[in-house]
Design a protein around this ligand. Structure first.
Ligand SMILES: [Zn+2]
Length: 443
């Protein structure tokens, strides 16, 4: 692949696009000069130095590369579902330039060697020209993810961990959660919580309510999430630690987070594209592509989560990309695993759900998918400010495409959006000025 604008490449001038950068407050037609892997200038009618490579992107949006703090790469352990390589490439195809890899692999990322492996493997593929988004590993919060003893957080951070989490499972033990929120402050990293009271969710396979009743499926109430969010914000208040609530799915959770934020508690939150788009009615027909945890909720919950993303109470969108093999999802609803893929549909689904109906501007959506998570998590990205790494997505906002999982870069195709016609086609994704995804258009 081309290395134009990359560390050892020619300078690159990307000309004529609509530059949307919430961090710098830019939304105008302008040129972007990339040099030595960094943003060198953003201005209309730039000429650039002698010998500059030129890429014309009229009609396209040029934005900071998207940032996703919630991705499951399945490696080590379940490489038939996804690998570090395929997941990072799927991310780049979706316009993402930074992703955080969850630690619930086999074995889990609970020691420095496992954390280091994920980091090194992503870099190794990048050096071989087969990289995708940058991959930052999240360390496990508890050893073996058993929820009992804390991992050696300092050693994990040393090995490259950017946060800790037991995602897939909650950090259920209240004392452990308190100690994590205390201890992580020394390293200035967040504790990412999959908020679920297992006694309340009680192996429910979908949202508790009339749809579950009509399908004869065991439901889990929204309170299974919000009870734990309520506990955790109090622990964050007690300790001063950074609590990050993953995949918020209910109105009650949104209200608890908003109140805690008003009181100055250090809490951040994410919502997924599927919770923004769908309700539990998507499960009708026993569609396992609509089975995930937390489950799709009611229309009222969805409205609350959307509003929270619009007003910034939830400052970031994260996919919870959870690849599974076709045969694993092709089972009875009760037996199918939880999770859907999301990296390659996130931008388009969010444009359909939030921008097209006029709930928010494209600028604000880009914020929630780049600058928002970067700001909240202290990630060096999500901005086209001069001197920043040239992490860039170029997409056609009006380009229509049909979701065909067979064409995903991901190894998995378990998406509830298969067959949908969406708008927003990613044409280029650059990481540090290096092309990590190219659609074939714009060559
Ligand atoms: Zn989770």
């Amino acid at each position: 692949m081309s290395v134009s604008g990359g560390l050892n490449g020619q300078p690159l001038l990307i000309a004529g696009g609509r530059v949307v950068c919430p961090d710098t407050g830019t939304d105008q037609i302008a040129d972007v000069l990339v040099q030595d892997g960094r943003i060198a200038a953003v201005e209309p009618n730039l000429t650039g130095p002698d010998g500059v490579d030129r890429l014309a992107v009229e009609g396209m949006v040029l934005a900071p590369g998207l940032v996703d703090v919630h991705v499951h790469l399945r490696e080590p352990g379940a490489t038939h579902k996804e690998t570090i390589r395929s997941g990072a490439q799927a991310a780049a195809a979706g316009g993402f330039t930074t992703i955080w890899a969850m630690p619930n692999t086999t074995p889990p990322l609970d020691d420095p060697a496992a954390v280091g492996y994920v980091r090194q493997e992503a870099k190794r593929w990048a050096r071989r020209g087969q990289g995708g988004a940058r991959v930052s590993p999240v360390g496990a919060a508890s050893r073996r993810m058993a929820g009992k003893r804390m991992t050696e957080v300092g050693a994990l951070v040393e090995a490259g961990a950017v946060a800790v989490s037991d995602d897939g499972l909650p950090i259920a033990d209240t004392g452990l959660m308190r100690r994590l929120l205390e201890y992580t402050q020394a390293f200035d990293i967040p504790v990412l919580q999959h908020a679920e009271d297992l006694g309340l969710s009680a192996q429910g396979v979908m949202n508790e309510g009339s749809v579950a009743t009509s399908l004869g499926l065991r439901g889990q109430p929204g309170a299974a999430e919000s009870v734990m969010v309520a506990r955790d914000v109090r622990l964050a208040q007690l300790t001063g630690g950074h609590l990050h609530v993953q995949h918020v799915s209910t109105r009650d959770s949104v209200e608890i987070i908003a109140r805690a934020r008003d009181k100055g508690v250090r809490v951040t939150a994410e919502a997924t594209p599927h919770h923004l788009a769908l309700t539990d009615e998507a499960v009708l027909g026993y569609r396992t592509e609509a089975k995930m945890n937390p489950p799709l909720r009611s229309a009222d919950d969805r409205a609350a989560v959307r509003q929270a993303v619009v007003d910034g109470t939830i400052e970031m969108i994260a996919t919870d990309h959870a690849p599974h093999h076709y045969e694993e999802k092709d089972r009875e609803f009760d037996d199918a695993p939880f999770g859907v893929v999301g990296l390659e549909t996130a931008l388009s689904v969010c444009m359909r759900e939030l921008v097209e109906p006029g709930l928010m501007t494209l600028n604000d959506l880009i914020d929630r998918m780049s600058a928002g998570p970067a700001r909240a998590m202290g990630i060096n990205g999500g901005s086209l400010r001069r001197g920043m790494p040239a992490d860039i997505v170029i997409f056609d906002p009006d380009g229509a495409w049909v979701v065909d999982p067979r064409r995903f870069r991901s190894k998995a195709g378990n998406t509830p959006f298969a067959g949908d016609t969406l708008k927003g086609v990613v044409h280029r994704t650059l990481v540090s000025g290096e092309v990590r995804y190219a659609s074939g258009v714009l060559l």
